[in-house]
Design a protein around this ligand. Sequence first.
Ligand SMILES: NC(=O)c1ccc[n+]([C@@H]2O[C@H](COP(=O)([O-])OP(=O)(O)OC[C@H]3O[C@@H](n4cnc5c(N)ncnc54)[C@H](O)[C@@H]3O)[C@@H](O)[C@H]2O)c1
Ligand SMILES: [Zn+2]
Ligand SMILES: [Zn+2]
Length: 371
Amino acid sequence: MKVKAAVISEINQAYRFETLNLAELKDDEVRVKIVATGICHSDDALRLGHAGFPFPAVLGHEGSGIVEKVGSAVKHVQAGDHVVLAYAYCHHCEHCSEGIPAACQDWLELNWGSVHSDGSPFFTRDDGSVVNNFFHQSSFASHTNVKESNVIKVSKDLDLRLLGPLSCGLMTGVGTVINGLKARPGSSIAIFGTGAVGLAAMMAAKISGCSTIIAVDIHDARLELAKELGATHIINSKNSDAAELIREITQQKGVNYSVDTTGVTVVMKTALDVLAIRGVTAPIAVTNQELTINTLTDLALSSKNMIGVLMGSSVPQLSIPKMLEFFKAGQFPFDKLIKMYDFDDINQASADSLSGKTIKPVLIVDKDYRV
Ligand SMILES: NC(=O)c1ccc[n+]([C@@H]2O[C@H](COP(=O)([O-])OP(=O)(O)OC[C@H]3O[C@@H](n4cnc5c(N)ncnc54)[C@H](O)[C@@H]3O)[C@@H](O)[C@H]2O)c1
Ligand SMILES: [Zn+2]
Ligand SMILES: [Zn+2]
């Protein structure tokens, strides 16, 4: 079938709309008519060449929509279901079996593989050339084929336009604190970068009962929102020394946990330096910047820990319903982060995300959708 897609042809180029051919649905796939999709900072990181992804490609991995058709082997969803789309996983490797599908042994092949595992493409141009897929999802398109593992069924009375960002940015922030750091009640945490991922991490820290929650950013407007959403302290590190202030706030002990969402070398180092003895830091940005540490003085002498957390180590089919429960209870007001844009304005939405003007842009792909 023909689909409308926002295509990136080369690194650092703008999105351009094209009509592409979407492949026939495979037996284990689900065809989804996209209603809306978030733009994640990772989409921009790829577009800007920070993650070595091959172009041309259709990006987008925070989609929500309505199932149009399912393959013969699909068991748990059917046409008409309302769904949120997250990452793909295999279901049967040792890590999936142990309940950590974000560590699936096929994760890279399934989500960054660009084409199907059998080598066949998802999208082609009329001249036969291949346009790559991202996350087995490519939600910057009117329709897409995903795996059953990408799909999370949601209730039809929810506004699908709001739900896409739950599946990457928000799930990553929440899961990093709950599954990755396993933050304890009464503990202290510093969150560097208060974009969608950082603010979700912060709300999860509050839900987890952290008693000192320090938000650090360089945008006052984002920090004000952080305060509204539960930060006990905010620091604008553009005009102050965050490390010194964090030590003051914690009576020179440092924090039990920190999360870096900036990917900036000096900030990732500060996030490690401000840890208390036995503290844990999770640097989770998609970044091309590197960090040099001395394992003795930076880690071992204070029994500190640095962990890698992908997708918040979350099982999307469990995490998204939980986030929706927190939302209904007023503990996770993620709608305050969202600004909606018409799909045609994707370049403006991306620019507003990069400039800091918009925290979480959501593109409305299906203008006729009504709750
Ligand atoms: N590990 C994962 O599984 C995973 C999943 C999703 C997103 N990510 C990554 O997480 C990161 C955050 O995503 P996001 O959507 O919240 O992005 P974002 O750009 O909205 O947020 C980053 C924040 O960092 C702030 N910042 C930048 N430089 C800073 C500095 N020097 N000091 C203090 N603050 C600074 C920015 O002002 C911004 O508010 C991105 O790199 C994204 O690609 C990782
Ligand atoms: Zn993402
Ligand atoms: Zn697996």
